[in-house]
Write a protein that binds this ligand. Structure first.
Ligand code: NAP
Length: 465
């Protein structure tokens, strides 16, 4: 039986390990640098951290949770679900082990870690796309406490203090209302206005738990229709943009603030947010929205390009993640090259999972597998299924599977073409590299990904016995 080493115990790593365990594979090791599983759900402890994909859909198909309390679960609930699932399927990650590198040598992966080395037949990097915080390099120094949303410093009191927030993405939209409730003054520095939609949250009644399969199917369908909008379907995009405008009009009366909160790029280009309390928070008397652009940090706050210094006691970065630096925390060496060299023009992988010259390596949540709508858990399940088939082939006596370069090149060409026509091509976002390549997102519907990854075709690979 092949041995499998999985790097990371977030949703991706757990999805992979559970799938292999369910298929009867026993030699599966999960290494996790942190002290618990959970990935982004462990790291993001900011107030209000939760999922804006409905929980019946943001869960494994084989492990429905009959008792989600809210349609849009909060982080701790999701962590509990993931931990319970891992335990049920006998997945016990080894914690506090940081993988620093992996090299394919003599037909196996030689993996170096902070706790020694491992050898495995199959390597599964599952380190996520949103695990390394992005801290902008702004000139100047702020002397007060400062932290990133994914490294929330709960020891810093916010009550009665002046708080500056940089960034207005999905994280900020969730924590800003909580900060506004505590702080004496809040200044939110917005570089681009997000599109915000109403969040149809509900506290589930008991009888609704029986409806979860229906909800799952319904939100799957909603995600698929929304994906059409991102792919350029005008009526869908127009309808969603109209709903966002309506939400803004209903929640923000002040025309100046409304103007400042109106996005100036096509809908879908950046991630659309779902929030009922974000706009109302910004209308509070003690909250300011600054759109002048940040010139510099100062010891006492933030100075804008208009020359105004906004004093603050605490600075919070809601500035996102180093998303296009796939696998940047480890050095991966294939047959002939390092992955960083192979990906010098941006990360790419066949079906988001395999890279020529890196045999028996299967990525979870790799390049071009993120979604603008829909559940990542659904995608991860498809990747785990594909991985399971690869491992089954190896178990039959094959020794390596190396994706054919022509398959990977054709796939990459297709991705580039389709993404160039999508809404994501229209603005700066965490989906794109500096040079404008969309390396993170899947350009189609999830049903297409499901279909294309359902059966691993050995002819796509150079298979050695
Ligand atoms: P993000 O979407 O990348 O947002 C970062 C924000 O920081 C943007 O508003 C960005 O402005 C701003 N920013 C970055 N650098 C800046 C600079 N130098 N000066 C001024 N502003 C700057 O990050 P995020 O909010 O952490 O969310 C990341 C992703 O995590 C989401 O898109 C989503 O996929 C996931 N997430 C999901 C949920 C959920 O409910 N499922 C919740 C939270 C996060 P620009 O837009 O102008 O670049």
């Amino acid at each position: 039986m092949p041995s499998v080493l999985i790097v990371g115990a977030g949703f991706g790593g757990i999805a992979a390990a559970v799938e292999l365990r369910r298929a009867g594979l026993t030699d599966v090791t999960v290494l996790e640098r942190s002290s618990t599983l959970g990935g982004v759900w462990r790291d993001n402890t900011y107030p209000g951290a939760g999922c804006d994909i409905p929980s019946p859909y943001y869960s494994f198909s084989f492990e429905p949770n009959d008792a989600w309390p809210l349609r849009f679960s909060l982080g701790p609930e999701i962590m509990t679900y993931l931990a319970r699932t891992a335990k049920k399927y006998g997945v016990a990650p080894r914690y506090g082990v940081t993988v620093t590198g992996a090299e394919f040598r003599a037909g196996q992966w030689h993996v170096s870690t902070s706790q020694g080395s491992h050898v495995a037949d199959v390597l599964v990097p599952a380190v996520g796309q949103l695990s390394e915080p992005h801290l902008p390099t702004l000139p100047g120094t702020f002397e007060g406490p400062a932290f990133h949303s994914a490294r929330w410093d709960h020891s810093v009191p916010l009550t009665g203090r002046r708080v500056a927030v940089i960034g207005t993405g999905a994280s900020a939209a969730q924590f800003v209302p909580h900060v506004v409730r505590q702080a004496a003054e809040v200044t939110v520095f917005q570089r681009s206005a997000p599109y915000v939609l109403p969040k149809p949250d509900v506290e589930y009644r008991r009888w609704q738990h029986h409806m979860f399969p229906l909800e799952r199917a319904l939100f799957w369908g909603v995600g698929e229709v929304a994906a059409l909008g991102i792919q350029g379907n005008r009526p869908v995009a127009k309808a969603v943009a109209a709903l966002a405008r309506h939400h803004l009009r209903r929640q923000v009366a002040d025309p100046r603030l409304r103007r400042a909160l109106t996005p100036d790029y096509p809908i879908g280009c950046k991630r659309v947010l779902f929030a009922n309390d974000y706009y109302p928070a910004l209308t509070q008397a003690h909250v300011r929205l600054s759109t002048d652009g940040i010139a510099t940090l100062t010891p006492k706050g933030v100075r804008t390009r208009a020359g105004t210094e906004h004093e603050a006691d605490v600075l919070i970065y809601g500035t996102g993640f180093r998303t296009t630096d796939f696998l940047s925390t480890l050095t991966v060496r294939g047959r002939e090259a390092d992955l960083s060299q192979t990906w010098s023009d941006g990360a790419t992988a066949y079906l988001g999972m395999t890279v020529p010259g890196f045999p028996n390596m299967f990525l979870m949540y790799g390049p071009n597998t993120n979604l603008g709508s829909g559940s990542i858990v659904y995608m991860l399940e498809r990747q785990a299924r594909y991985l399971r088939q690869a491992v089954a082939l190896l178990a039959e006596g094959k020794s390596t599977l190396d994706v054919r370069p022509e398959m990977a090149t054709a796939f990459d060409r297709e991705m580039r073409q389709r993404l160039a026509d999508s809404a994501w091509a229209g603005c700066r976002s965490w989906y794109r590299t500096e040079s404008g390549r969309v390396t993170n997102n899947w350009p189609g519907m999830v049903s297409e990904y499901d279909r294309r990854t359902r059966t691993l075709s050995p002819s796509d690979y150079v298979v050695t016995s």
